[in-house]
Design a protein around this ligand. Structure first.
Ligand code: HEC
Length: 122
């Protein structure tokens, strides 16, 4: 009698397809966002994020669009990089000027926004 071993590959592929399949479906509500556990891959950026943006952008009570919540970010990102930078540097409603990162460069702001919104900023 032989024990049949299920190959892992199909399961891995299915999981991947499931992840990719989540993109671009506007009608569905956002999946639960675990913003508190997200961090930029880049170490230096992760450090900046941790001590500034994360305070609010991983805290739903702040009213800030949450890191990883693509739906919340979509209309904001649609404004374009210039507006996003202007709002990051000069503040915008509950968003404090410089987002509590006084030493951040424009490139760092763009990278942080790209990370939080899960999409490239242009
Ligand atoms: C003290 C809380 C707080 C911190 C810290 C903070 N934000 Fe925000 N941010 C907010 C809130 C609240 C909003 C939503 C403002 C609104 O539209 O009412 C926001 C919105 C934004 C927006 C969208 C603005 C728009 O045009 O819609 C960007 C971009 C942004 N934050 C970037 C950042 C970045 C980058 C950092 C870190 C360097 C950061 N924020 C840190 C509270 C914060």
């Amino acid at each position: 009698m032989s024990i049949s071993r299920t190959p892992l590959l199909p399961a891995a592929l299915l999981a991947l397809v499931g992840l990719l399949g989540g993109c671009g479906d506007d009608a569905r509500p956002s999946a639960p966002v675990h913003s508190a556990t997200l961090a930029p891959a880049d170490k230096a950026l992760a450090k900046i994020y941790d001590t500034s943006c994360k305070t609010c952008h991983a805290n739903p009570a702040s009213g800030a669009p949450q890191a990883g919540d693509l739906q919340a970010w979509r209309p904001r990102v649609a404004q374009g990089a210039d507006s996003l930078l202007d709002h990051s540097i000069n503040g915008y409603k509950g968003m404090p000027p410089m987002g509590m990162c006084m030493q951040c460069s424009e490139d760092e702001f763009l990278a942080l926004i790209s990370f939080m919104s899960g999409q490239p900023i242009q």
